[in-house]
Design a protein. Structure first.
Length: 358
């Protein structure tokens, strides 16, 4: 009997293949999926692993719950299906369309259910197309059985499953409404992102519009700036939106700039954290291999000497199993070895054999 595991606190750089490689150390992995954010395309920091053998899955929980992956202790436990919800006539906020309970208390959770199901349908367009044409197919056992991904999703999301069975048409209408709203928001964000790039390449226009957004509706100003005039002609819907509310672009631009700064700071922080983690791990390795540590201390460039590497298989295997460490080491041997030695403890015991580091 298969068991599905939840894996939390994953490093954001972890891929499906990395996750499968790691858990394969405990047994046969049927599937491994890192959950990605629909809009940013980035990892959300958690995923799921399915193992066919229950005993191997339990062994994986014991082995990897608390296991440090790039300095982050993983949370691993059995993935439990969502509890069925009581009641079932109302969509978020009432009204009886979506099969969810009404009330403000459940609004966020119901919206998350719609968001998750929308994400699932986006990832399975053939299922989405058929369900949107005929929502009652969700209650057709043959249809569900012939689409294992849908079957698994409904088993893991009992709230959605019950809502679909109670009112398939209403739930799919709510999902379609959510999908259209998300598409509109995506389109608006893309329009503002494009205009933000336009302003970045036309600083004089940007400076004046930031001082006085209403200039966007001034025919003389637009006429005297041909690049802006052409841009607005090429984007008529965006032009009309700006004319209705000239201040909106400044607000959105500030929001985009803020998000870009946050993303950049987050990437810088992750990079610095990963870099320090790699040095610490290599320092721990050197602590347990004093001969290698001594030789590299005298000549760090030996890591690029094939004869030296062949003569020290423990170093070669360690770097092969820790590609991020190898990448940083090869990029700048002198600096990396020197930094790693700050973490080395000459009196430490030899560390455990290196584990695969995604």
């Amino acid at each position: 009997m298969a068991m599905k595991l939840f894996v939390g606190n994953l490093p954001f750089s972890t891929s499906d293949a990395d996750l499968k490689t790691l858990f394969s150390q405990a047994g046969e992995v049927a599937s491994a999926n890192v959950i990605m954010d629909k809009f940013t395309g980035r990892s959300r920091g958690f995923g799921f692993v399915e193992m066919d053998d229950v005993n191997e899955a339990q062994a994986a929980i014991e082995r990897f719950n608390g296991y440090e992956m790039q300095g982050r202790p993983l949370t691993v436990n059995q993935a439990k299906p969502q509890e069925p919800r009581a009641g079932g006539g109302g969509r978020p906020g009432g009204g009886g369309r979506g099969g969810f309970r009404g009330g403000d208390r459940d609004r966020d959770r119901d919206r998350q259910e719609l968001a998750n199901f929308d994400h699932f349908l986006d990832s399975h367009p053939e299922i989405a197309e058929q369900l949107r044409r005929n929502p009652s197919l969700v209650d057709d056992r043959d249809f569900v059985k012939n689409h294992p991904a849908l079957q698994t999703y409904l088993e893991d999301h009992q709230g959605v499953s019950q809502a679909l069975k109670d009112n398939p048409n209403g739930f799919m209408q709510a999902e379609n409404h959510y999908d259209r709203n998300e598409d509109n928001r995506d389109r608006d964000r893309q329009e503002f992102a494009n205009f933000d790039r336009f302003l970045d390449s036309h600083r004089e226009i940007a400076e004046q519009l930031r001082k006085n957004p209403s200039l966007i509706d001034d025919p003389s100003f637009v006429r005297n700036h041909p690049a802006l005039k052409t841009y607005l002609q090429d984007h008529p819907q965006f032009r009309d939106q700006l004319r209705q509310d000239p201040n909106i672009f400044a607000q959105e631009e500030a929001r985009n700039d803020h998000h870009e700064d946050m993303d950049r700071n987050r990437r810088d922080a992750h990079f610095a954290f990963d870099r320090d983690t790699n040095r610490r791990h290599f320092g721990e390795f050197l602590s347990g291999h004093p001969d290698v540590a001594q030789r590299l201390s005298e000549n760090p460039s030996l890591v690029k000497d094939h004869d030296f590497m062949d003569g020290h298989p423990e170093l070669r295997d360690y770097l092969h199993q820790n590609p991020d460490v190898q990448k940083d080491l090869m990029a700048n041997p002198d600096n990396f070895v020197k930094s790693a030695q700050n973490y080395a403890n000459p009196g430490a015991k030899s560390p455990e054999p290196a584990k695969v580091k995604p």
